[in-house]
Design a protein around this ligand. Sequence first.
Ligand code: FES
Ligand code: FES
Length: 167
Amino acid sequence: MTKVSMTIDGVRYDDDVEPRMLLVHYLREVAGRTGTPVGCDTTNCGACTVLLDGMSVKSCSVLAVQADGAEITTIQGLADGELHPLQRAFHEEHALQCGYCTPGMIMAAADLLRDNPHPTEQEVREGLEGNLCRCTGYQNIVRAVLRAAGPAGAAGQASTASEGAAS
Ligand code: FES
Ligand code: FES
């Protein structure tokens, strides 16, 4: 067993874990952050995306021990009293069907907007290409991210609205 310490959604955790334990399993099974789903376990779908020291990572591709000392934000820690603008935009644009991909989409989008606050539609599609929606709800997902980005992002949407899916 190996000792790990990390902050998850503002709460400090200290635990002994097996060195092979994946971060996503630590988040769900030890820290109780079941809002972060496992969609594939093979690093393909992006459903398990969280922020690790502010950068989006697929938490099934990171060992818990690799996150030692890190600050993790999951979908459960994104809202600050009221819905995060991305959560509100996903709601307003009906950007989910089954909702399985939604936590990962929102966390990946949060990282995307941090780097590029007003992306074009194409930039949103490229930024989310590591996240799959098995319901193929990409149009509304992209629209929601552009809505959260505000008017500059919406301008990009208008110019390329007829393009295909995010990935
Ligand atoms: Fe991590 Fe699918 S569960 S990428
Ligand atoms: Fe169903 Fe995305 S809403 S997988």
